[in-house]
Design a protein around this ligand. Sequence first.
Ligand SMILES: [Cu+2]
Length: 257
Amino acid sequence: MIKKNLHWLALALLPVAVYASEPVTSWLFNPVTPVAQDVRETFKIMLGLTVPFLLLPQILLAYAIWKFNEKRGHKPATFHENVPLEIAWTIIPALVLVAISIPAYSTLKKIEVPPKSDLVVEVIGHQFFWEYRLPKYDIGFANEPLVVPADKIVTLNLTSVDVIHAWWVPSFGVKQDANPGRITHAWFKAQEGKYKGQCAELCGPLHGEMYIDVKVVSDAEFEKWLEEKMSAAASAPADSAHSSLLLPEVESEVVNG
Ligand SMILES: [Cu+2]
């Protein structure tokens, strides 16, 4: 009998064991920005606080089905209500929700309020590619990786020329809509590396091909890349120069909080 019980218990505790052994999050992207790290920590806290609410009723239910089975000679109980129990199962989840809201709001604030920007990048969604402009250096390009310096605050001003797109790089914890006629903001401060993303708003038949590549490089590499881009822009015909036509007011709109 005890052996049978242990089987149930082992089965019920399996998700806890899986969660405790870290790899449960290994299928997610590695966080490489402060925001992404906060998002990951918030996710873990939420999972830890909510999984017991999933498990406890299931364990109790399985136990009750086994223990109070009619075949085992149990007569149905006739009691109604249990006020202390009902108060407890209202107050405890309410307190857990309050506990969840603390890291959730502090993470949201971090996402919404960018620190002082080191580099402004205009991100423009097109059906079906991404265009980037660095107004400070008067360069722009499309259909190639965005190159930014490591450990610098990169502010993104996003918009779209046609439909709603969304610039999503999971490792950065950035997922921001790019809306036509509006400018939205996002920011990141990433470690060196190559990161992949994807448009995250269904924008048409080739939406699935709107990949995002970001190369986060050292200051020296970034300077070198800038020089190449600027000399290429200087030698190109005048009409292909990338002035900030779509976003004339963008620089003054940057949040430098
Ligand atoms: Cu899309």
